[in-house]
Design a protein around this ligand. Structure first.
Ligand code: C5P
Length: 238
């Protein structure tokens, strides 16, 4: 599939700007983009987003906004001004919050002459199982809660979702095909799953219907991160 866009987003789960930029410079030519999460953003601030964008790389800002609609809308507007291509909000923040997030992404993008970033809904954190969900007042089965929040996110106008690799195939069946699915929990064949419990290989995730895959330690912890990223990308194209 030589025409395929590189779907690999490398999770920059490192504590300093220097470590993040070293990875970005090594990997930018061979991956599809980078995910900046709470640790790096809190340590290095918005400047890290500007620096990664300055390399021409796609940025996925994974701060999982969850607040009243007005506050989330303003945070999304700030992210659009930083020129990120993807960002996350918690679907459990509700219909109006997600609608406000999407609206703000569209409006701010058109005001600034940019493409609107993909606002991705996060359904149920994979760290939560049935009993943990019950503790926060949701007695439904985890799978049903994921489907409920995914459907709500789409009704609110979101154009993408983050989901666990094992949810991709099921969600593909119930969601419109235009909805983009981004999945972490990816482990190349034969690799240590570390703390990830439910994983798929990059090829399996793609076959199940993922549009993007977030890969952290298998690449960033490899003895040669660039070679590892190249090998994963090559395998995806066969
Ligand atoms: O190192 P690893 O490949 O496990 O990194 C996966 C990345 O995706 C991390 O940044 C992690 O926080 C994130 N993530 C995850 N599982 C989820 C949601 C996000 O591993 N359910």
């Amino acid at each position: 599939m030589w025409w395929m866009r590189n779907p690999i987003l490398v999770a920059l789960d490192v504590p300093t700007m220097d470590q993040a930029l070293a990875l970005v410079h090594e990997l930018a030519p061979v991956v599809g983009g980078f995910k900046i999460g709470s640790e790096l953003f809190t340590a290095a601030g918005p400047e890290i987003v500007r620096m990664v964008r300055a390399t021409g790389s796609t940025v996925f800002l994974d701060l999982k906004f969850h607040d009243i609609p007005n506050t989330v809308a303003r945070a999304v507007a700030a992210a659009v001004r930083l020129d990120v291509q993807m960002l996350t909000v918690h679907a459990s923040g509700g219909f109006s919050m997600m609608q406000a997030a999407e609206d703000s992404a569209q409006r701010t993008a058109s005001l600034t002459g940019r493409n609107a970033p993909l606002v991705l809904g996060v359904t149920v954190l994979t760290s939560l199982d049935g009993p943990a969900l019950a503790e926060v007042g949701c007695d439904d089965h985890v799978g049903r809660q994921v489907e409920r929040l995914a459907t709500l996110a789409v009704r609110a106008g979101l154009r993408g979702l983050v989901c666990s690799p094992l949810e991709v195939a099921g969600l593909r069946q119930i969601l419109p095909s235009r909805i983009k699915l981004v999945t972490p929990g990816i482990r190349p064949e034969g690799q240590d799953p570390s703390d990830q419990r439910r994983t798929l290989t990059p090829q399996e995730a793609l076959a199940a219907g993922a549009d993007w895959m977030v890969i952290g330690r298998p690449i960033t912890g490899a003895s040669n991160p660039r070679k590892m990223a190249e090998a994963i990308w090559a395998a995806l194209q066969t």
